[in-house]
Write a protein that binds this ligand. Structure first.
Ligand code: CP
Length: 327
């Protein structure tokens, strides 16, 4: 996929489609900007005028709780107008194509599309066909990428373990179907993490993943021993065509993380999961909330990170008030 689409002629962020190939300084700027929005604690009442008069459309062709809602909250905190298009009640259900959907909404003077789609490459397709002043933010495309999830993951890690060069991160579970794993691997490498492991049965590891600079482990013991961060992944049954596993019970027996296993294999590790979680499958329910779990912190950080991404893409590139823009 053409990652150059993301930057404009001056090297500024034009769309956010993938973290692959995105320069470290852009990632750092996104995290630092997110830090300025997150502040020290609860700043719910704080509204920023940066996107006043701008229109953001959430276009989710797949279900979502965290990503869609935090994008909406983030856009509203930046004073944007937000439309959540109900895709199954839209004219796409009458056969309108992605391209015609894009062009129709563009005619309503939309500034930013936040797109989630089951097809890898859907956000790139939108970006390739978007008009000159219209930006696209990938909220998850197929198995390919989920850049804002990875940004909020590294944002969360940085708050607890700021020296990435000392970290061993274990990504455990359904790596094969996970866009989060791919984006996290790119982000963690960009920040110089010492070691990244992917931990799963052979059937859930994509062929050739070693080329991304990760160590493949096929047991929890090998994967978790010495890990500083354990990132669990959901079994994505909706993307499994055919038998990838004998059963979820067997997966839990061999790869499910319980408090007892974590205490034995990686007692100092912090626990993460992008959600939604499958209790009793990849994670014991007792591990979901409370230390060492950062799962709810990840959710909260999604707001600040998505505010940062939208501010950089829409406001920073063209801070002029709507109606006088230099599209
Ligand atoms: N992590 C994540 O993308 O969750 P949602 O599917 O609920 O948005």
């Amino acid at each position: 996929m053409n990652t150059h689409l993301q930057l404009d002629e001056r090297g500024r962020l034009r769309h956010l489609l993938t973290l692959e190939g995105l320069p470290r300084e852009h990632l750092l700027e996104l995290l630092d900007r997110a830090e300025s929005f997150a502040g020290a604690g609860d700043n719910r009442s704080k509204k920023h005028p940066l996107l006043h008069g701008r229109t953001v459309v959430n276009l989710f062709f797949e279900p979502s709780t965290r990503t869609r809602t935090t994008f909406e909250i983030a856009a509203k905190r930046l004073s944007a107008d937000v439309i959540n298009l109900q895709v199954d009640a839209s004219s796409t259900s009458k056969g309108e194509t992605l391209l015609d959907t894009l062009k129709t909404l563009e005619a309503m003077q939309v500034d930013l599309f936040v797109v989630r789609h089951q097809a890898s490459g859907a956000a790139h397709f939108f970006a390739a066909h978007a008009g000159p002043g219209v930006a696209v933010l990938n909220a998850g495309d197929g198995r390919h990428a989920h850049p804002t999830q990875a940004l909020l993951d590294v944002f969360t890690i940085r708050r607890h373990r700021p020296d990435f060069r000392k970290l061993t991160v274990a990504i455990v579970g359904d790596v094969l179907h996970s866009r989060v794993a791919r984006s996290d691997i790119h982000a963690l490498h960009t920040f110089g993490v010492r070691e990244i492991r992917v931990v799963a049965p052979r059937t859930l590891i994509p062929a050739g993943i070693e080329t991304l600079g990760v160590r493949v482990c096929h047991t929890l013991q090998a994967g978790l021993t010495g890990a500083d961060i354990v990132m669990l992944l959901r079994l994505q049954k909706e993307r499994m065509v055919g038998a990838f596993l004998p059963s979820t019970a067997e997966f839990h027996r061999d790869f499910g993380l319980t408090a007892e296993r974590l205490a034995k294999l990686a007692p100092e590790a912090l626990l993460m999961h992008p959600g939604p979680i499958n209790r009793g499958v990849e994670i014991g329910g007792e591990l979901a909330y409370g230390a060492p779990s950062l799962i709810l912190e990840q959710v909260s950080h999604g707001i600040a990170v998505r505010m940062a991404a939208m501010a950089m893409i829409i406001h920073d590139r063209n801070p002029v008030a709507k109606g006088r823009r230099t599209r």
